[in-house]
Design a binder for this molecule. Structure first.
Ligand code: PLP
Length: 403
């Protein structure tokens, strides 16, 4: 009998999906390797260098010997700086002991989910949502329950729809404002209405992913945990990847009530021990240093947001709402589905994105990756020249479908 390692894979490994973003990125690389001219608005990653003061702080930390294991929950200096930031900027009354660092916000989310969710537990995700949430919940053995909303609702479901999805098994609601992929931002009034619902359910917590907080164009950043009585009911997630352009540095954090923080520390200990030591020193500089670069990047995204919105609004049949935050646009293109090109019909946004890539040299992400199959995601964390080229290709392609 021959050995087949696939037969040894655990159910968790077998059910983990690498996702459409990675698949589209790979296809783009393959086509580029064959010499095709492709514009990719695929990846949610700032196209800016990490600000100089942060890079210098990392170099200094390396030279000073901060190259050993860090304490599991993070270095006290950074946990304190984060608690101060959360108090001063977000109105969240956390202490250093409530904060647990991780190698990326993604890992912080996994620490939080593994701390609360087990077999039989449910977590509510608000579609369109960032796919990784589902991956984390599945990894923990739990089940995701999706609550859908449309572009006409600005991708924020009415609270009654969320309330209707809560069962005795619901332990977590994922909230992401500003949101990937929709760019939606929840207002204080909307969050207060959600808090009213949370108060009715004593076993329920909200996981508030605030990683895009510095990429905000309109409205106000409100942290869910700052609402009356909600600090104890919230795990606040944030990190350095987006606002400080530090995706490759891998540093994020979760803050929550002490028993949850301690459990998240245990998860962090089992999975990787303390997060990268010299990156934590650099993160202190990020939080305490000047914010001019962060603001400059935000203002640049805002100009690009205006470009993308104007282009999308000019294409008949595309439905797009406002984009108050993030560097994503998530237009609904369902009006273009079911149309024939040549001798085949484009029925889904997966097929549409494959066609855009193969025929028009444009990589976008199908909405199926975010549980919203009628839409496509464009990332405008890209140069203005690339955005212009991409919008011209999209316009030409959709005109061909409409005609
Ligand atoms: C909503 C959301 N949360 C978390 C993350 C993960 O960030 P990190 O790079 O810190 O792991 C991302 C990255 O794309 C994201 O879009």
């Amino acid at each position: 009998m021959t050995f087949d390692a696939t037969l040894l894979l655990s159910p968790r490994a077998s059910s983990a999906d690498e996702g459409a973003i990675i698949r589209m990125s790979q296809k783009t690389r393959d086509l580029r390797a064959k010499g095709h001219d492709i514009v990719a608005l695929t990846i949610g990653e700032p196209d800016f260098a990490t600000p100089e003061n942060i890079r210098n702080a990392a170099k200094q930390a390396l030279d000073e010997g901060f190259t050993h294991y860090a304490p599991v929950a993070g270095i006290p200096e950074l946990r304190e700086a984060i608690a101060e930031k959360l108090q001063a900027e977000n109105g969240l009354d956390y202490q250093a002991a409530n904060v647990v660092l991780a190698n990326g916000t993604k890992q912080a989310i996994n620490n939080a989910v593994l701390s609360l969710i087990g077999p039989g537990d449910e977590a509510i995700v608000l579609a369109p949502y960032w796919v990784s949430y589902e991956g984390s919940v599945k990894l923990a053995g739990g089940k995701c329950v999706a609550v859908h909303s449309s572009v006409a609702e600005n991708y924020k479901p009415p609270i009654e729809r969320i309330a209707a999805a809560i069962t005795p098994a619901t332990k977590l609601i994922f909230l992401n404002s500003p949101a990937n992929p929709s760019g939606a931002v929840w207002s204080r009034a909307e969050l207060e209405a959600l808090a009213v619902e949370v108060r009715k359910h004593p076993r329920l917590m909200v996981l508030s992913d605030e990683i895009y907080e510095y990429i905000l164009f309109d409205g106000e950043m409100v942290s869910f945990g700052s609402l009356p009585g909600m600090l104890e009911r919230t795990i606040t997630l944030n990190g350095f990847s987006k606002g400080f352009a530090m995706t490759g540095w891998r540093l994020g954090y979760a803050a929550g009530p002490l028993p949850v923080a301690q459990a998240m520390g245990r998860m962090q200990s089992i999975i990787s021990a303390g997060a990268n030591m010299f990156v934590q020193k650099a993160a202190v500089a990020a939080l305490k240093g000047p914010r001019g670069e962060v603001e400059r990047m935000r203002a640049t995204y805002q100009r690009r947001r205006d470009m993308v919105l104007a282009s999308l609004r000019a294409i008949k049949g595309v439905a797009i709402g406002p984009i108050p935050g993030t560097f994503y646009a998530f237009p609904d293109v369902s009006a273009f589905l079911g149309k024939r090109v040549g001798n085949h019909v484009i029925d889904t946004t997966d097929q549409l994105c494959d066609w855009l890539l193969e025929v028009h040299g444009l990589t976008l992400v199908p909405g199926t990756a975010f549980a919203a199959p009628g839409s496509i995601r464009l990332s405008f964390a890209a140069s203005e020249a690339d955005i212009e080229k991409a919008m011209a290709r999209l316009r030409a392609a959709l005109a061909q479908l409409a005609g």
